[in-house]
Design a protein around this ligand. Sequence first.
Ligand SMILES: C[S@@+](CC[C@H](N)C(=O)[O-])C[C@H]1O[C@@H](n2cnc3c(N)ncnc32)[C@H](O)[C@@H]1O
Length: 276
Amino acid sequence: MEKKPRSLHEALSGKLADDELEMVPRSFDVIGDIAIIELPDGIDKTLVGSALLETFKHIKTVAVKKTEVGTQYRTREVEVVAGAGRTETMHTEYGCRYLLDVSKAYFSPRLGTERMRVADKVQDGERVLVMFAGVGPYAILIAKKKKPAEVVAVELNPDAVDYMKTNIKLNKVKVTAVLGDAGEEAKNHGMFDRIVMPLPKDAGDFLDAAIPALNKNGTIHFYTFEKDCKEAETKVKEICEGLCCKIHVDECVVCGSYSPAVSRICVDFRIEPRYS
Ligand SMILES: C[S@@+](CC[C@H](N)C(=O)[O-])C[C@H]1O[C@@H](n2cnc3c(N)ncnc32)[C@H](O)[C@@H]1O
């Protein structure tokens, strides 16, 4: 009986020239049963797709990245190259289920641990605002695992909001899903004990809306792309000083990478009492 390959590279060995094999990444994202891989031009995508299906039985569709995450909705175009011809899937993370279309809404399986880190900090009775909520992974996890008084989740992409509403029902949680601009909506839902800002490229532009909605001693989880925590903290402090606030940083974590020199960083901070 033919042995099942243990890795993508093992499955491709002998099928691609050595120099081509070197160009195939060893890692790729898996969202639900869809593998999403980045391949350089010239590599036979169907061959790689079939090798992935052969190697990993839980993968049913293989999609190749066509563009970077770049739009306002942080979506990317993908090309399905093998398996079931669909881009909708169900992803499970920390006991929560998320239905989503990988080509219509942003979702990164790499951020699961970071979402849990934030959820773990939520205290009973808190009001929580998730400003760039996507298909709901922060908001739903918090509502499922903790006992907040209310979770409000704001998202601009109508497709993502539709999936978030489905996911709220699927996970039997109470989350208020709002379609709209987080900067505008931050004014409309009262005051919060915790505000999550998972939009690393542009979150700084929304601090002027988030800070007035933050209760005294409340926490902001601010995401940014910087070289290291020192640069991330400096950036947040400068923006907040420009808004006439001094901040106290409780924690700063590197929670992913954007490029070899740039990390995804979360700065957890509160506003110093005399400025809030
Ligand atoms: C990096 S994704 C994060 C999504 C989600 N929090 C997650 O972890 O999967 C950022 C999300 O912010 C949304 N977005 C961008 N600008 C926005 C705005 N002004 N107001 C609300 N949502 C916005 C995008 O559509 C996208 O879904």
